[in-house]
Write a protein that binds this ligand. Structure first.
Ligand code: URA
Length: 244
């Protein structure tokens, strides 16, 4: 059970103060009954019965967004020297506790998730849960060949003792490939490439678990996950699906 003002604020209907006013003005109803008491508590099962101004409310008990991160922005919410991905979060969704899940380097593009669900974030980042992250990469240096596919599939240790777990390498040609990793070490793809004699010139994350970057999202565009995407993501992270 959660307070209705808190639920509405989390779902993007305004700040707690604005939501309290919305309630006071009699604009919110639960199954046809106007709720003016901001401390009124409701269960998740009742979420789908909430309306605002007579329209079925979109209630989110947690929020997860996909951003098509452009190169040139660091994965942080504020920074004195660099442009950050914070500028892609629409005003309405700021101060909702959204944080990036993991990190993409400044020059890396593609799928970056932002959420206010700490458990989801932990599952995706923790190597224990082996959540797939797939990257498209273009390299220079030694061309990839079938032996690399085998070496990457077995996992390997570098001279400095770093251990990379088995990863799936799909070659497009000697300098272009798709790499799926199951962990999220710092600069992982670049370090895997470097320790095998090549440098990454272009890197884009295209998938996390079953969730692919929406091809309709232009660089810098962000959108909330659809219910279907959200359910599938929670399922692959073995987190209970929320019944709305
Ligand atoms: N691996 C990298 O090296 N960089 C990223 O941004 C993501 C994965």
């Amino acid at each position: 059970m959660e307070r209705i003002d808190k639920i509405l604020a989390k779902s993007g209907y305004g700040t707690r103060k604005e939501v309290k006013q919305l309630l006071k003005d009699g604009r919110v109803d639960l199954a046809g009954e106007v709720i003016t008491d901001a401390s009124f508590k409701i269960s998740e099962k009742m979420f789908k019965q909430i309306s605002v101004d007579g329209n079925k409310a979109e209630i989110h008990s947690s929020l997860t967004f996909m951003l098509n991160k452009p190169a040139g922005f660091i994965t942080a919410l504020s920074d004195k020297r660099h442009n950050t991905i914070a500028e892609f979060i629409p005003q309405k969704w700021r101060n909702k506790g959204l944080v990036p899940i993991g990190r993409l380097d400044k020059d890396t593009e593609g799928l970056l998730l932002l959420t206010n669900d700490g458990q989801l974030s932990h599952r995706i980042c923790s190597p224990k849960w082996e959540i797939e992250k797939e990257y498209h990469l273009i390299t220079q240096g030694r061309p990839f060949d079938q032996q690399d596919v085998i070496n990457f599939a077995q996992g390997f240790k570098t001279l400095d003792g770093t251990e990379f777990k088995p990863a799936k390498l799909k070659l497009v040609d000697g300098f272009e490939a798709y790499l799926t990793v199951y962990e999220g070490q710092y600069h992982q793809v670049k370090r895997m490439a470097k320790s095998t004699g090549r440098e990454v010139k272009y890197l884009k994350r295209i998938r996390i678990a079953d969730l692919e970057l929406d091809p309709a999202l232009e660089p810098g565009e962000i959108r909330i996950l659809t219910d279907d995407e959200r359910d599938k993501l929670y399922l692959s992270c073995q987190l209970a699906k929320l019944e709305l």
